[in-house]
Ligand binder design. Structure first.
Ligand SMILES: Nc1ncnc2c1ncn2[C@@H]1O[C@H](COP(=O)(O)OP(=O)(O)OP(=O)(O)O)[C@@H](O)[C@H]1O
Length: 243
């Protein structure tokens, strides 16, 4: 029996005439830490929204386990209602989801143990992302989906957020994160999906992708994919665009 937490079969999404995701088939299994990487505009957010159930495909099908809360989604800049503390915020979401755990349990799991009494507007950018991660755990969804949770964070805090993400991946829970932080992705992810030109270009453990591409790093793997799928992007970067 498959332990998939979400499966896409021949899925396509277009905005007007532009196809963003083309006949994509992939499955995310319980216990996987999956990183979705690709250049700006390659469709990472669109695919994350599809995986989280916030978007339906134009073609193809999506299947997921039949549970009350099948996925949680953390947008790039999570926003919380001002005036509440971190603990009150989590208590609010726990009531909505009918979850039994105390707010402190979620705070402890993401390294915010001492921040329960802080008003959400007094949290740093990194702590706000961690509170978002805590909120994503409410209701115990089998899939947690995060969009660039370390953008704008200092390197120490970014490492802390990646470590907190790794900690919440368990036997029965998978995590999918879109990120441009390729050093952290290479170090922490079990599986990397490289998007380019509307399709999955590479899919596998980071060390295997680096070896298979005869590259020195995941950063170099991605550069090769961009050169193959979007040569015009490199021409613009080199100052040749529009001439
Ligand atoms: N609602 C929409 N209507 C029209 N085009 C859209 C819409 N949403 C996204 N797009 C386009 O779809 C493409 C993919 O967008 P998406 O945000 O999924 O990419 P991304 O890989 O997450 O980008 P980034 O790394 O910059 O966040 C982009 O060209 C974007 O302009």
């Amino acid at each position: 029996m498959s332990d998939s937490v979400v499966s896409l079969s021949d899925v396509s999404i277009a905005f007007g005439d532009v196809t963003i995701v083309k006949e994509l088939t992939l499955s995310i299994d319980a216990g996987e830490f999956v990183a979705l990487v690709g250049p700006n505009g390659s469709g990472k957010t669109t695919l994350l929204e599809l995986l989280a159930g916030l978007r339906t495909p134009d073609e193809g099908s999506v299947s997921r386990p039949d549970v009350d809360r099948d996925a949680a989604y953390l947008p790039q800049t999570p926003a919380f209602r001002h005036g509440f503390t971190a603990a009150e915020t989590l208590a609010f979401y726990a009531r909505l989801a009918d979850a039994a755990d105390e707010p402190q349990t979620y705070l402890d799991r993401v390294g915010l143990t001492a921040a329960g009494d802080r008003p959400v507007e007094a949290l740093s950018g990194g702590m706000t992302r961690l509170l978002g991660l805590a909120q994503a755990l409410v209701g115990d969804p089998p899939l947690v989906v995060l969009d660039e949770p370390t953008s704008g964070l200092d390197p120490e805090m970014a490492d802390h957020v990646f470590a907190a993400m790794a900690d919440i991946v368990a036997g029965d829970r998978a995590l999918v994160v879109a990120s441009h932080d390729l050093v952290a992705v290479e170090r922490v992810a079990d599986r990397v999906i490289v998007l380019g030109g509307g399709a999955v270009r590479l899919d596998g453990p980071p060390d295997a992708l680096v070896a298979q591409s005869e590259a020195a790093s995941l950063r170099e793997v991605l550069s090769t994919v961009v050169a193959e799928t979007e040569p015009q992007r490199l021409a613009v970067a080199d100052g040749e665009g529009g001439r």
